[in-house]
Design a protein around this ligand. Structure first.
Ligand SMILES: *Cc1c(COP(=O)(O)O)cnc(C)c1O
Length: 224
């Protein structure tokens, strides 16, 4: 059996040491446990080890888990996967965060479907920092237009930026995201989140100011 509790402790140590190297405080970085494809009992083990923020990528699978675990009301659910327009209602109803908003149509639909809820939906804009390599994420020159749309969405709270730098990306890509993040913070006071870093590149991300690392395999083991 995979010792999820030990893995979480190990990842937290890695976060602490990365923070120390970057002259940052460990509590500036939130650990998001990415539990996509993993069974509910593994999420429960993580919860029992104190984990409260979970990331999911597949809407149907995620909603089943959210409903199964709804008695654990202090879990915050983060949607981090590609968003199909016909799934925005389920996402807006069941999640408190969405990291992967990258086009106006999706933002508008999430905003519509969030109306009537007590709290706005926290969103990050996914930026395609590696250029043409990836199809997900808004390109830098399209970002201002997307921001203008977000400003009209009362049921969305713009919390920041998300990126999935390509495999073996250099520190420079991460630092580019950090610069963008700092620049946007000047105009958007609700921005406090830079969602960046996965099991393999956590150190580079933390060194570039990441405030949420999204960790899957280092906690739950590799995915099939
Ligand atoms: C799966 C996934 C992760 C976690 O990746 P690991 O390499 O398993 O840590 C992080 N972010 C996103 C967007 C993902 O889809």
């Amino acid at each position: 059996m995979i010792a999820i509790k030990d893995n979480i402790a190990q990842v937290k140590l890695q976060i602490s040491s990365a923070c120390q190297n970057a002259h940052r405080k460990p509590n500036e970085v939130t650990l998001l446990a990415v539990s996509k494809t993993k069974p509910i009992n593994m999420l429960e083990q993580a919860y029992d080890a104190g984990q409260r923020a979970f990331g999911e990528s597949y809407v149907q699978e995620a909603v089943e888990k959210i409903i199964a675990l709804q008695s654990k009301a202090d879990i915050s659910w983060h949607f981090i996967g590609p968003i199909q327009a016909n799934k925005t209602n389920l996402i807006a109803q069941h999640f408190s965060w969405v990291h992967s908003v990258d086009r106006a149509k999706i933002a508008k639909r999430l905003n519509e479907h969030r109306s009537g809820q007590d709290t706005p939906l926290n969103i990050c804009l996914q930026v395609n920092i590696s250029g043409e390599e990836s199809k997900s994420g808004v390109l830098l020159d399209e970002l201002p237009a997307l921001l203008a749309v977000i400003e009209t969405c009362d049921n969305l709270c713009l919390r920041g930026l998300m990126a999935i730098p390509e495999k073996n990306a250099s520190q420079a890509s991460f630092k580019q995201m950090q610069s963008l993040f700092i620049a946007l913070q000047k105009n958007y006071p609700t921005i406090d989140t830079l969602s960046m870093g996965m099991s393999a590149d956590m150190q580079l991300a933390i060194n570039a100011g990441s405030t949420i690392v999204r960790i899957g395999s280092a906690i739950f083991g590799s995915r099939n």
